[in-house]
Design a protein around this ligand. Structure first.
Ligand code: TYD
Ligand code: MG
Length: 460
């Protein structure tokens, strides 16, 4: 029996930085007061990785020409929105982290994945450390009928889980959630940084050794009381974040890191009575309920990954009653809004200094892309002048500090999406127009090129 050694280590709860003594500020991520003491029991021989799985996998250096570039094997989930975010389906033997606030729908989403896979006669194991078998069954009944390919397992001890996985050899395993799992080799409590790191490392070995795909659920809390899955992001192949307003029905699944596909892809879902429904056309969804002829409202063509989405930007500019004007941005970058308002003041002489301004992306989407700059500027100007923007017009373009409108990528896709939704006019950067002028799409829609913010404001 290997000798157990106990040591005390301090971990940053924010980034997982390890230190021998307590520190006020983390030297790695610079956050304050995040160090927590944890006792770590180290097995005598833990210098080398213990699992026998890795011993079989000893790799040798190889020549590039010897490596086959065969497509990695993928499993489709019949959920287009999820497959797209994963880069075309689940890659066999990959480790996928699904993060998100509690209650956002992670367990529901993964149970639906289980259903889709087990319907295809693939063996799936769902390990829950949070809910009882009865609770899972109640949830499953809302989602639909399951085949017997799905096995459920309520367990938090990783040794037992490992044994179950090795015995059952499922194709896909769900671990819900990593914060409840523990390994006896580590003395710290479940959810602590050292536990989360150790359990993930062992799951990584399992997934690579047995060529099983493992989904790991991780909760993110603002308080940082549980080790956030940030610590794990560099260990796993793919990181997906499930986000959205808990009170709004739609949810966005966002790829943050993906070793097998592009990031920035999003999948849109709607939480219904019987589980999550895919939203195949998010533009339509986001634009429903748009006001008629209201000032301060404009539709922008934004892109999320490879997919264009039309969104409504609303601005409300009103005279401030106090000496200090209030500014607020929901769904987009507050500093960017301030900067664009400064451009309007300086380059167009708009007196915004004594106005409150509120900018809102309707529908609750979060977009940081510079291509929506022109939309923000036009919404603010429209509200300031109290003149509405034509209903069938949509805009996109990046705004520079001297008030110039700069080209953005994927212009053609943006225009196509606008045409698809019946928009008659698209306002776009002049340089994007030059490139699009001779293409087929220019015949179906009126394209107006603008090279400065002033040109664009004149259209209101
Ligand atoms: P859940 O998947 O448990 O969230 P997480 O695992 O991320 O903590 O989702 C919980 C919420 O979803 C809960 O408030 C109930 C709601 N819900 C529905 O609205 N419809 C459904 O069919 C299901 C299963 C859940
Ligand atoms: Mg859950």
């Amino acid at each position: 029996m290997a000798k157990m050694k106990q040591t005390t280590v301090y971990f940053c709860q924010e980034c997982g930085h390890e230190s021998g003594k307590w520190l006020g500020q983390c030297p790695a991520c610079k956050s304050w007061n995040t160090f927590v003491e944890e006792t770590v029991k180290v097995q005598g021989n833990s210098g080398k990785i213990s699992s026998s799985l890795t011993d079989r996998q000893v790799a040798k250096p190889a020549k590039l020409s010897d490596i086959s570039t065969e497509q990695e094997e993928r499993i489709g989930t019949h959920m287009e929105e999820l497959d797209r975010v994963l880069g075309g389906g689940i890659v066999k033997g990959s480790l996928i982290l699904v993060g998100g606030d509690p209650g956002i729908g992670k367990s529901t989403l993964l149970l639906q994945v289980c259903k889709a896979l087990s319907d295809d006669a693939r063996a799936v194991l769902y390990v829950s450390g949070e809910e009882s078998l009865k609770q899972i069954k109640l949830r499953a009944e809302r989602i639909g009928t399951f085949t017997d390919e799905l096995s459920l397992y309520c367990e938090t001890n990783l040794d037992n889980i490992e044994t179950a996985i090795q015995k059952e050899k499922p194709e896909v395993v769900i671990i819900d959630s990593i914060q409840t799992m523990y390994s006896e080799q580590v003395g710290a409590a479940p959810g602590s940084v050292s536990q989360v790191r150790e359990t993930t490392a062992r799951l990584l070995q399992l997934s690579k050794g047995l060529n099983i795909t493992i989904f790991i659920v991780g909760h993110v809390t603002k308080e940082g009381t549980v080790a956030g899955p940030r610590v794990l992001e560099h260990m796993v192949d793919t990181v997906l974040y499930f986000e959205g307003d808990r009170y709004a029905s739609y949810r966005v699944l966002r790829g943050v890191k993906n070793r097998f596909g592009s990031t920035n892809e999003i999948g849109v879902f709607e939480m219904c009575q019987d589980g999550l429904k895919e939203v195949k056309n998010p533009s339509e969804f986001m634009l429903s309920g748009r006001p008629e002829d209201a000032s301060g409202s404009v539709v922008v063509c934004s892109t999320q990954g490879t997919r264009p989405i039309l969104l409504e930007i609303q601005a409300l500019v009103s005279h401030t009653n106090f000496g200090y004007p209030k500014r607020q941005a929901t769904g987009t970058d507050f500093n960017r809004v301030n900067l664009l308002m400064a451009v309007l003041e300086k380059r167009l002489g708009m007196q915004l200094g004594d106005c409150d301004a509120y900018v809102n992306l309707a529908g609750g989407m979060k977009v940081q892309e510079p291509a929506i700059d022109l939309g923000i500027v036009m919404a603010i100007a429209s509200s300031f002048k109290n003149r509405s923007i034509a209903k069938e017009m949509t805009v996109f373009g990046e705004v520079g500090l001297s008030g110039e409108v700069r080209a953005v990528g994927q212009a053609e896709q943006r225009v196509q999406e606008a045409v698809k939704l019946g928009f008659k006019t698209v306002v776009l950067p002049q340089s994007n127009l030059e490139a699009l002028k001779d293409s087929k799409i220019a015949e179906t829609v009126k394209l107006i090129g603008v090279s400065s913010v002033r040109d664009a404001i004149d259209l209101i």
